[in-house]
Design a protein around this ligand. Structure first.
Ligand SMILES: [Zn+2]
Length: 267
C-alpha cells in the first residue's frame, strides 16, 4: 500500500502536502476505532492491526473501514443512494459484504464492527461458508456458489452453452441465463430465490428506504432486478412492508474509492 501510494503520487505529479489523507477499505470485519481487522476469511487474516501498521508510513491521516462500509458511503455520497436516510448495501463478489447506513452513519453495534449480513443463516444445514458456519447467504449467492452450482449441472450432463466453453465464470453464467440457457437460468433462479429471502429478512428487520447491490456479481443481477424485487415483495407484502427500491451500485468499482475519500474528508 505504501509503495502503491508513492507510485500514484509520482504518476500524478503530486506531493504529500497536497493530499488530505489515505482512505482504506478492507474486505473483513474491522473493529474501530482501533482499526484492527478481526477476521478476513478471503485474505486468511485474523487479528491484523492494519490501521496501526499503516499509520506512520504516510505523512497524512489514515482512515480505514470495512470495504462494503466504504462502498456504501461512496454510493450515499455520490452514487445511487444520495439522500437516503436508511440504506442497506450488499456487495456480492467472492464473498458478501454489507453495510447498514442510518442518517449517513454506519451502524456499528456494540462491538464496533458493524453488520455482517452475508453471514445470516438461510439454510442451517446448507453448504459450508468461509466463516466456518453453514448455509450463510454468502455460501449461497457469492460468486463461488454460483460457479459451483453451474459446474455441478454441467458435469451432470445438463445441456448448456457453458459445456462448450473452455473458460467461463460468473459473467458467462449471467449471459447464458439471459439467453434462457438451462444451466444459466437455473443458477440465476436459485440466486434470486436465496438473495430475495435474505433481502426479505433485512426488510422485515430494518425496513430500509433503499437496498443497493454492489460488487462483481451485482452487474449480472441488474438484468434480473425485477424478478428479485417481486420475490422480495412476495415475502414481505403480507405484513405491513413493501419491498424498497433495489438498485445496482451506480459507481461500480469507484464506490469504494469515493467512499475512501468520504472517510478521509469526514475525519
Ligand atoms: Zn458465513
Amino acid at each position: 500500500v505504501e509503495e502503491l501510494a508513492a507510485q500514484l503520487l509520482r504518476e500524478e505529479g503530486l506531493e504529500w502536502k497536497q493530499i488530505g489523507g489515505v482512505g482504506v477499505g478492507v474486505p473483513g470485519t474491522v473493529r474501530l476505532p482501533e482499526g484492527e481487522v478481526l477476521f478476513a476469511p478471503n485474505l486468511r487474516w485474523k487479528n491484523v492491526p492494519l490501521l496501526a501498521t499503516l499509520v506512520g508510513r504516510f505523512p497524512v491521516p489514515v482512515r480505514l473501514d470495512n470495504d462494503a462500509h466504504v462502498a456504501a458511503l461512496g454510493e450515499y455520497w455520490r452514487g445511487a443512494a444520495r439522500g437516503m436516510r436508511s440504506l442497506i448495501m450488499l456487495t456480492l463478489g467472492t464473498g458478501v459484504g454489507s453495510a447498514l447506513l442510518l442518517d449517513g452513519t454506519i451502524w456499528r453495534g456494540l462491538n464496533g464492527v458493524g453488520s455482517e449480513m452475508g453471514h445470516m443463516t438461510l439454510e442451517p444445514d446448507g453448504p459450508p461458508c468461509g466463516c466456518g458456519q453453514r448455509g450463510c447467504l454468502e455460501a449461497l449467492v457469492a460468486a463461488p456458489a454460483l460457479i459451483r452450482r453451474a459446474k455441478e449441472m454441467v458435469l451432470s450432463g445438463t445441456a448448456s452453452i457453458l459445456a462448450s466453453m473452455e473458460n467461463w465464470g460468473v459473467p458467462e453464467i449471467f449471459a447464458a441465463a439471459r439467453n434462457n440457457d438451462p444451466v444459466g437460468s437455473a443458477v440465476v433462479a436459485a440466486l434470486v430465490k436465496y438473495l430475495a429471502a435474505g433481502l426479505a429478512n433485512l426488510v422485515v428487520t430494518v425496513d430500509p428506504e433503499m437496498i443497493v447491490l454492489g460488487g462483481g456479481v451485482a452487474a449480472g443481477v441488474s438484468a434480473f432486478l425485477e424478478d428479485l424485487r417481486s420475490e422480495v415483495e412476495k415475502r414481505v407484502s403480507s405484513m405491513a412492508y413493501a419491498a424498497p427500491p433495489i438498485r445496482v451500485a451506480a459507481l461500480g468499482g469507484l464506490a469504494g474509492i469515493l467512499g475512501g475519500v468520504y472517510l478521509v474528508s469526514r475525519g
